[in-house]
Design a binder for this molecule. Structure first.
Ligand SMILES: Cc1cc2nc3c(=O)[nH]c(=O)nc-3n(C[C@H](O)[C@H](O)[C@H](O)COP(=O)(O)OP(=O)(O)OC[C@H]3O[C@@H](n4cnc5c(N)ncnc54)[C@H](O)[C@@H]3O)c2cc1C
Length: 382
């Protein structure tokens, strides 16, 4: 029995992309879904900031993939085929482009047009019961946990602002601006998101964000009109099992996120929909095989890619960009670098998995949310 005895609904905890995708899969399959969201609306973790719906891990276009799980792309989405990348000191500049969209720019938050608002509207139209202001502590009858990250393997800190700049996407790789990660600027129709995405030294996020803002101001003349701060954490610790008895974990609650660059929306939606289908059919092992087949190998290769990326440092970033051939189709190259390979699997087990230590450096007295010391609160099944 995996349903609420009184309502006959499959219970879902968290109305992010994973939870709403799960609910939609259940509703489209003829079942009843009840989503409990602790906040008073969807997308409150975000504030209208731009995120990239990645389109490079698979040949299939991500929007087509969403359609196959019953999600219509009726949210604002702008294809991005080119990113201008800078080396650590800004001297090297490369246009990295692809024929097909590398990602789609989407807005996150509660406003109309955002991905979150669109998923909510689609779920409500399909008859999903969404209960806002309800924090689920447990799921005695089973269900799906899609509560987002419970700890930080990476963090992003940034500004949203208005601008009259032309649309575009820019990124810089630099240990001084974003240790182990990258800083980025995304502009679309008068709105902009500028952020530093760090994989280390989280306690100095303000300093890295300031340096990133200074870089883009000096380099591109960016002016931050009516800036608003935003930030958040990302979790990409791969679970051994995403099932605990009759509870399934999906999205970032299960650590399903690209460990190389911290992109999680696609994995959240795909895993959420699969968890919904499995709960509806009652065959929960189907979900275990699904994510192990569809997500685990990508995750492992991305973790190996990160292992190498972490070792590049500023000199390596410089060399990488310097020798980057302008004619390359970056989407094809990325797809190849994410494709599961035997040597990467071996490398993963010999190095990444064996030496998997927290990627951050908590201070002894630290009790902040950035740190993995909070990992003890994580559901033990995931
Ligand atoms: C600043 C930032 C930038 C990012 N940029 C990108 C990007 O460009 N591209 C990309 O693909 N990914 C990006 N990500 C990651 C992406 O946002 C997440 O991977 C994705 O939102 C995960 O979806 P989810 O449904 O698993 O979790 P979430 O979106 O976190 O949703 C979880 C929901 O559960 C609710 N909740 C939590 N606990 C409970 C509870 N006990 N009971 C009820 N409700 C609960 C929360 O309020 C929340 O609404 C970014 C993340 C951050 C923080």
């Amino acid at each position: 029995m995996n349903r609420n005895r009184q309502t006959g609904s499959i219970e879902i905890s968290g109305a992010g992309p994973a939870g709403l995708a799960a609910a939609l899969a259940i509703a489209h399959g003829g079942g009843r879904a009840c989503v409990h969201e602790r906040r008073d609306d969807v997308g409150t973790r975000f504030h209208g900031d731009f995120q990239g719906l990645e389109n490079w891990t698979r040949k299939t276009d991500v929007l087509a993939e969403l359609q196959t799980v019953g999600i219509a792309a009726d949210f604002e989405h702008t294809p991005i085929n080119q990113v201008i990348c800078y080396g650590p000191n800004g001297e090297i500049e490369r246009k990295v482009h692809s024929q097909l969209p590398l990602f789609y720019l989407v807005r996150r938050g509660s406003e109309p047009g955002t991905l979150d608002c669109s998923l909510k509207q689609q779920a409500l139209a399909a008859g999903v019961d969404i209960r806002f202001g309800e924090t689920l502590r447990n799921l005695p009858a089973g269900g799906i946990v899609t509560e987002g990250p419970h700890r930080a393997d990476a963090i992003a800190a940034g500004y949203l602002f208005e601008t009259d700049m032309e649309n575009g996407a820019w990124a810089i790789v630099s240990e001084q601006l974003a240790p182990g990660g990258y800083a980025y600027l995304l502009v679309c129709n008068g709105r902009a998101t500028l952020a530093s995405c760090l994989f280390r030294d989280f306690h100095n996020e303000k300093r890295y964000l300031q340096r990133s803002a200074d870089f883009f101001s000096e380099r591109l003349g960016v002016q931050l009109n009516n800036p608003r701060r935003f930030g958040g954490t990302g979790n990409f610790a791969l679970p051994k099992s995403a099932r605990k008895r009759n509870i399934l974990y999906a999205g970032e609650a299960a650590g399903f996120q690209d460990p190389l660059f911290g992109f999680g929306i696609r994995f959240a939606i795909v895993s959420g929909a699969a968890a919904g289908r499995a709960q509806l059919s009652g065959d929960l092992e189907q979900y275990e095989s699904f994510w192990k087949h569809r997500l685990r190998d990508y995750h492992k290769t991305a973790a190996v890619n990160r292992w190498f990326y972490e070792r590049l440092g500023n000199r390596g970033y410089n060399r990488l960009l310097k020798h980057y051939p302008e004619g390359w189709d970056i989407r094809e190259r990325m797809q190849r670098s994410y494709a599961p390979r035997l040597w990467k699997r071996i490398w993963y087990h010999l190095t990444v998995a064996r030496h998997h230590t927290p990627l951050l450096n908590p201070r002894a007295d630290c009790d902040c949310t950035w740190c993995r010391c909070s990992s003890s609160t994580r559901p033990s099944g995931a």
